[in-house]
Design a protein around this ligand. Structure first.
Ligand code: PLP
Length: 470
């Protein structure tokens, strides 16, 4: 084995008492590079589309693993700048396609501390305080969902996908191979979870208006064999619609079906006095998925699966002698393995805890209210713009619209043109058998004039040559 030449400095560590001093100058470099990259981009995303964007990135980056390193400063400057220059930045009001939120600065700063300390949430001896904080915050958030239960709990997940998977897994462990019954508007991750868990093919109930039709659900539940698990959505991906939760909960009770509510998008309406009532019925679900990396302004990942009683989670219990030996558990070391299917796990709770404390319920409610108000304002603008058609008034913060004379092909082309020219990131959704442009507003800083500017991008685009008008 060859030893490095004497005097070669070892790269400093992030932790310990020396970590902050080592990090400080590197953070200056990172922050400068973020700033420079955003300036160079000058818009919501880089222009040119995948070919040129990839080419510029590879030109800037060079070989991924050079024989001799360039040093921390240079590597951070080059890569962070290149990534920022080539980013689709949800902090730009013209980046509004997906449930892709602009993270709060306070949450992002907290996430740095999580990286520096690097607790791992699979055993107490890798994160003594972090694991205590996780349970504390998870239970508090679960109590928002289940305010009348004595011992609600929640698991931290990588997002709605993992939360939905866990919900199906817990239902299967309680009842055997459950038949999933979900709306045609349900998130695709539920289908994948059913597939992954070896469950029967889900039965899809029509959602002709964008939300589940209770009469159709009643009919489906009458015909199907038990055990049944119904999933409802509070905040659909396409329109932001909220299924009629109380009606669905009543039907589940009548048909002895369990209920999972996927509130990945809409869940944080709970914080708002103005909007909480829309989630009426949420607490009647056996499990609820939430995502704070959507309407919660967290950097990815910040998902939760809430349950009304901590004992519901018992089926996830698992033993590995090196992590949770029986004698350690008996001696009082908390057993963390049953709080996830993952092993090594980031303390995503830290940024969440810091945000909850920094903003409080009122601060979070204010962000939710502003975001929903921006969507209402965008809908008003669309209704008052000749040549634009609004699909429907927004339920949360998703607004579907289209130029009146456009065909579906035009809509798809308009979206890609805006992407390629680096002007805007808008989504697309099919509703009422037509394709719509989709703005998913998640930026509480968005102003009325930002929204006007977003719409004016469309009036500057002429419809593609030869488009056949409807
Ligand atoms: C975003 C979303 C998901 C998936 O969540 P991820 O965080 O992307 O894993 C599931 N269901 C709904 C309703 C969503 O909005």
């Amino acid at each position: 084995m060859s030893t490095p030449p004497p005097g070669t400095p070892l790269p400093p560590l992030a932790g310990g008492t020396g970590g902050p001093a080592a990090l400080r100058p590197l953070l200056d470099t990172v922050l400068d590079a973020l700033h420079q990259g955003a300036l160079a981009r000058g818009g919501p995303l880089p222009a040119g589309g995948p070919g040129p964007v990839t080419e510029r990135l590879l030109d800037a980056v060079g070989p991924a693993l050079p024989a001799t390193g360039t040093g921390a400063e240079e590597a951070l400057r080059t890569l962070v700048r290149a990534l920022a220059e080539g980013a689709a930045d949800p902090a730009d009001p013209r980046c509004a396609a997906h449930l892709h939120c602009p993270p709060l600065a306070v949450a992002t700063a907290a996430d740095l501390a999580a990286s520096a300390l690097n607790p791992s949430m699979d055993s107490w001896d890798q994160g003594p305080a972090a694991s205590a904080l996780e349970t504390h915050v998870a239970r508090a958030l679960a109590a928002e969902v289940y305010p009348r239960e004595p011992a609600p709990d929640a698991l931290l997940t990588t997002g709605g996908t993992e939360a939905n998977q866990l919900a199906l897994l817990l239902a299967r462990e309680r009842h055997g191979p459950v038949q999933l019954v979900c709306g045609a508007n349900a998130h695709h991750s539920l289908h994948r979870a059913a597939w992954l868990l070896g469950l029967p093919e889900p039965v899809a109930v029509p959602a002709p208006t964008g939300v589940v039709d209770p009469a159709a659900l009643d009919e489906a539940l009458t015909d199907l064999h038990h055990p049944l698990l119904v999933t409802a959505t509070a905040g659909t991906t396409d329109t932001g619609g909220i299924d009629p939760l109380p009606d669905i909960a009543d039907l589940c009770a009548r048909h002895h079906a369990e209920l999972h509510i996927d509130a990945a998008y809409g869940g944080p309406l709970l914080f708002s006095d103005v909007h909480r009532a829309r989630l009426h019925g949420l607490s009647r679900a056996h499990t609820v998925s939430l995502d704070l990396h959507k309407l919660g302004w967290q950097p990815v990942a910040a998902g939760l699966l809430a349950v009304p009683d901590a004992t519901t989670l018992a089926p996830l219990g698992h033993q590995a002698d090196y992590l949770n030996a029986d004698d350690d558990t008996e001696a009082g070391l908390p057993d963390l393995l049953g709080r996830s299917l993952r092993t090594t796990r980031r303390p995503d709770v830290l940024k969440i805890a810091v945000t909850l404390r920094a903003l409080g319920r009122r601060g979070l409610a204010d962000l939710v209210d502003r975001t929903c108000a921006a969507a209402q304002h965008l809908a008003d603008l669309i209704e008052n713009t000749p040549g634009l058609e609004l699909h429907d008034r927004p339920t949360i913060s998703t607004v579907l619209f289209r130029p009146t004379r456009a065909t579906d092909d035009d809509i798809a082309t308009i979206r890609r043109t805006l992407l390629t020219e680096g002007r805007a990131v808008l989504g697309r959704a099919r509703a009422d058998d037509r394709l719509w442009l989709k703005a998913t507003l998640l930026n509480p800083h968005t102003t009325p004039s930002d929204l006007e500017a977003l719409l004016s991008l469309l009036s500057h685009l002429s419809l593609p040559e030869g488009s056949t008008h409807r």
